[in-house]
Design a binder for this molecule. Structure first.
Ligand code: ZN
Length: 480
């Protein structure tokens, strides 16, 4: 198969069905479903994939709205990750450049996963069209992954062995620049601590009470002292999900907190979590209460892969950046006008770092553009993004490459009302089609060149240094 000629054909095939993919994205934006409750969003992706000839496995890894769509036969097996979950309390009127909820207390696609899933769909369908027209062997698997924002759907999928047997994995994320995802992320455990005490009249018989709220507060004090003695990049944050009621004159018999504990390496995190658990037990001992520990979910750190990343970036380079019309720039400028001056400085600093050596004035000029149309230079390193993603779990099992593609105005933040508002714009549409093309072209490279997947695998094993993937979520904990 002539790979380069076929890439041109692949791009035409994706363009020919672009409206199908952008309509799916717009519809999923409207559904704005969260966590594991993704009935409409998954049904739309599934029906589109079925129409395109993919066979569907539903209810993957015990999650009703997870699925695997497969096409083709033989190796290599190319995996593509699709997300489609929204965020709670981020409802926002479409195309409105001021914060205004569409539905009070409603959900919104503040992380662009409507586009993420649809870009993955574009890649899978485009590649399928090419392989079937060329009679070329190769297997495409699109993984429909619920609950990226919270719940770690991919960790449950990895635990169930869903990604086993896949040779390479690709995904992307809608962003404010077009560049490679060239950094790791923090492993993250999400765990509830429930303290149980004895209620009593807080004035008349306090000696008979044992306060669960006291235990919770002492746990917080202990954890806040722990911070000094853990890895600099580790993060611990908590929310009191039950402070024991609203009556000061009742000794609180129940109190709970949800803890997020994060660190650059899963191996570090296991140790830190052991110490947080000891502090909870100590707080219970001090207060004469008991503590129950309930796992919610967990995800692993992201393992980068330079071998696959370089192949993906070459395809981004061949496509170049993304061009925008004057109307699109005007549209984006309405959103950048809502940002504080400091956000522009942050963008200029990023540009200076990525394009180094570059003079300050050029960086500031670029940062003042309402949309970043230029492809950023290739970067792949050991730096750690101070957040977490369950793509990490997939990347432990299968060599993974991930692109970031401009979909939103310069300087706007993920999980913001601005991203929700701009979520059905032509800028997002261009971004998801671009992402679909990059993933499909890179997958085609893997199919054409039998050296790529083994090279990526060798690098992957080297980076793991003999460690094997173990899911941090205990076996008895199910997605919910
Ligand atoms: Zn996201």
């Amino acid at each position: 198969m002539n790979c380069e000629n076929n890439k041109k054909k692949l791009l035409r095939l994706i363009d020919a069905k672009a409206k199908i993919f952008t309509d799916v994205s717009d519809n999923i934006w409207g559904y704005a479903e969260t966590r594991f409750d993704l009935e409409k969003s998954s049904a739309l992706l599934i029906s589109t994939l079925e129409n395109e000839g993919f066979s569907i496995e539903r209810g993957t890894a015990g999650m009703e709205h997870a699925f695997v769509a497969t096409f083709g036969t033989g190796g290599p097996v190319v995996g593509i990750l699709a997300e489609y979950d929204a965020l709670s309390d981020l409802s926002q009127i479409c195309d409105a450049a001021e914060k205004h909820a569409l539905t009070p207390d409603g959900n919104g696609h503040g992380c662009g996963h409507n586009a993420l899933g649809s870009g993955a769909l574009a890649a899978a369908v485009g590649l399928k069209d090419l392989l079937s027209s060329e009679g070329q062997p190769g297997t495409i698997k699109l993984f429909g992954c619920p609950a990226e924002e919270s719940g770690s759907g991919k960790a449950f999928m990895a635990r169930a062995g869903v990604f086993d047997g896949t040779d390479v994995m690709f995904t992307w994320h809608p962003w404010t620049e077009t560049r490679m995802w060239g950094f790791s992320s923090l492993a993250n455990y999400q765990v509830y601590f429930h303290f149980n005490g004895i209620s009593s009249h807080a004035a008349a018989s306090p000696e008979r009470g044992r306060s669960a709220l006291d235990a919770l507060e002492l746990m917080s004090v202990g954890v806040n002292y722990l911070r000094e003695h853990i890895a600099q990049e580790a993060r611990i944050h908590y929310a009191y999900t039950n402070a024991g009621g609203t009556s000061p004159n009742v000794v609180q018999s129940n109190a709970s907190a949800l803890y997020f504990v994060r660190a650059p390496k899963s191996s570090q995190l296991r140790q830190i979590m052991g110490r947080v658990t000891d502090i909870a037990k100590g707080a219970a001992l001090m207060t004469g209460t008991t503590v129950d520990i309930e796992w919610d979910s967990a995800c692993s750190e992201y393992i980068v892969n330079d071998s696959l990343g370089r192949v993906m970036y070459e395809n981004m380079r061949s496509l170049g950046g993304i061009e925008y019309s004057d109307e699109e720039k005007e549209y984006a400028r309405a959103y950048t006008a809502t940002l504080p001056e400091t956000s522009k400085q942050g963008v200029a600093d990023l540009i200076k770092q990525c394009f180094a050596p570059i003079d300050t004035q050029t960086a500031e000029t670029m940062a003042s553009e309402p949309l970043q149309s230029e492809l950023f230079p290739y970067m792949m390193g050991n730096s750690v993004m101070p957040g977490s993603t369950d793509v990490g779990d997939a990347s432990w099992v299968v060599p993974t490459a991930q692109a970031l593609v401009t979909c939103y105005p310069t300087g706007t933040a993920s999980h913001s009302w601005q991203w929700v508002a701009a979520g059905k714009s032509s800028v997002v549409h261009k971004g998801l089609i671009y992402a679909g093309k990059v993933i499909a072209m890179t997958a085609l490279d893997v199919i054409c060149d039998p050296e790529i997947a083994p090279r990526a695998k060798r690098e992957h094993l080297g980076r793991l240094g003999g460690e094997r993937y173990t899911c941090a979520i205990p076996e008895n904990v199910q997605p919910r």
